[in-house]
Design a protein around this ligand. Structure first.
Ligand code: GLU
Length: 323
């Protein structure tokens, strides 16, 4: 059995000196990995903080992982920094077409620290990558012995080894000793056909506007300038101050504007509140609802769709399916 492991950098590779640990060195530091009977084919793709990753880089890794499973790998593992992992894994999940698991993981504590979590996370990720019950689940995030759907997982803490949580659904399963126990199998929308070129991605800019207390809203116009799409991280169920609603409606007449919640869990509503700036008001002005996608994931999806040439109707229907 084989697993392709793509190393992209991040805390799991940080030792304080330079260079960072390579993928081989990360794998060599995992107690018990040798005993799994799994050959690990390591590729060093990048050695970066995850803030330096790009959509194009992630899509290249997806393509390389696709080739690996087409060549007979049972699954693939990506190690990277945790800061953007909820976005990169979601992006990969939007286009990953295979039954073989593509598993993202990393570490909250670097390898020099007591209780470094990278080795345990890599071991669990490899177990999941080869596990029969994990097949068909799409892209997964394995952290702290939990298995999360990339579509639902969020980084919810800056330092905790239990930072990755799926607030709306809970984890899909757990790694227990040598067993991968999947307890919930969520619906999996089909992969999106959009594979925009690096040039199209570079030319497609999507901003996030966060609703905040007592904001005059001028930032909305600044953010929308020279952008092709906007995500609104609204209050609660998808609200902004009433005075901002016409401004957002005007932007929605020029480009897709997606309404998400800044709360960290739960959906945007569609038809409960009616005051100016409420979800009903904003959707009536042409904003599209993000469902349960948080603003960061909504931005990933909107940018991929726009860069792939999707129009408003397609964007609305994809958000309805993936949200
Ligand atoms: N947590 C950071 C990240 O997401 C680590 C920074 C680093 O690797 O230098 O990548």
């Amino acid at each position: 059995m084989r697993v392709a492991l793509f190393a992209l950098g991040g805390t799991i590779s940080v030792t304080g000196g330079t260079p960072r640990l390579t993928g081989e060195q990360i794998a060599a530091g995992v107690p018990g990995l040798d005993g799994l009977g799994v050959r690990i084919d390591v590729r060093d793709v990048a050695a970066l903080p995850s803030s330096g990753l790009t959509f194009t880089r992630v899509l290249e890794v997806v393509d390389a992982a696709s080739r690996a499973v087409a060549d007979g790998a049972a699954g693939a593992v990506v190690t990277q920094g945790t800061d953007t992992l909820e976005e990169t894994a979601f992006l990969a999940g939007l286009v990953w077409p295979h039954d073989e698991p593509l598993v993202f993981t990393g570490a909250m504590r670097n390898p020099t620290l007591a209780g470094a979590d990278g080795p345990a996370n890599v071991l669990a990720a490899v177990r999941v990558a080869v596990a029969t019950p994990a097949r068909g689940l799409g892209v997964l995030v394995v952290f702290n012995d939990q298995v999360h759907a990339a579509r639902r997982v969020r980084k919810t803490h800056s330092t905790s080894t239990a930072a990755f949580v799926s607030p709306d659904s809970g984890p899909l399963g757990h790694v227990v000793e040598d067993r991968v126990r999947i307890l919930a199998v969520p619906p999996r929308p089909g992969p999106l056909p959009h594979r925009p070129s690096p040039e199209r991605l570079a030319a497609t800019r999507v901003a996030v506007y966060t609703a905040v207390l007592d904001d005059d809203g001028t930032l909305v116009d600044d953010l929308a300038r020279d952008r092709q799409g906007l995500v609104v991280a609204g209050f609660g169920v998808g609200h902004v101050a009433g005075a901002l609603a016409p401004r957002l409606g005007a932007v929605a007449g020029r480009m897709p504007v997606v309404l998400a919640s800044r709360t960290g869990a739960g959906p945007v509503l569609r038809a409960t509140y009616r005051s100016p700036g409420s979800e009903t008001d904003l959707l009536g002005r042409g904003l599209l609802d993000a469902g349960m996608l948080d603003p960061w994931k909504a931005r990933v999806l909107l940018r991929l769709l726009l860069a792939g040439g999707a129009g408003r109707d397609e964007i609305a229907s994809v958000f309805a399916e993936w949200g």
